[in-house]
Design a protein around this ligand. Structure first.
Ligand SMILES: [Zn+2]
Length: 141
């Protein structure tokens, strides 16, 4: 399925998350669920249960900032199992200091520019085995 703004995926009714523990809906909108190391303070995404900075296992779940800055982006011209080309992907740098790689949703009148404000959203991005898979992506805000 494609994430082009002009060609939204054909969706079914049953919705499943890409993976449990990646994100949650809050009254303010969707948030990604990261992992904060209690030993060194570094924040990671997704959670692995082990700090990749200091190898401590004393970690806790944390909600990541909903907004960050576009670090870089590109257009992908190869088909994947989930997306038809062309589609956009990029890294968004969050205030916690980590960069999240994700699909990007274009917004009319807001061309992608390094440093622009981006917000996370959770949406059904493709269908698989008759179910709509929800995953995260970022869009200019
Ligand atoms: Zn650590």
């Amino acid at each position: 399925m494609t994430i082009n703004k002009d060609e939204e995926p054909q969706l079914t009714n049953e919705i499943v998350p890409l993976r449990e523990g990646l994100f949650r809906e809050t009254p303010q909108g969707a948030v990604l669920l990261g992992m904060r190391c209690r030993a060194c303070g570094q924040v990671h995404f997704p959670s692995t249960g082990l700090c990749l900075n200091c190898l401590a296992e004393d970690v806790e779940e944390c909600e990541l900032s909903r907004e960050g800055e576009l670090f870089c982006e590109t257009t992908v011209h190869m088909k994947t199992s989930h997306f038809n080309p062309p589609y956009r992907v990029g890294y968004v740098k969050l205030p916690e200091g980590l960069k999240i790689f994700a699909p990007l949703r274009a917004v009319e009148g807001k061309p992608f520019t390094v440093g622009m404000k981006m917000r996370v959203e959770v949406a059904p991005l493709w269908s698989e085995d008759g179910r709509d898979v929800t995953a995260y992506r970022f869009y200019p805000c």
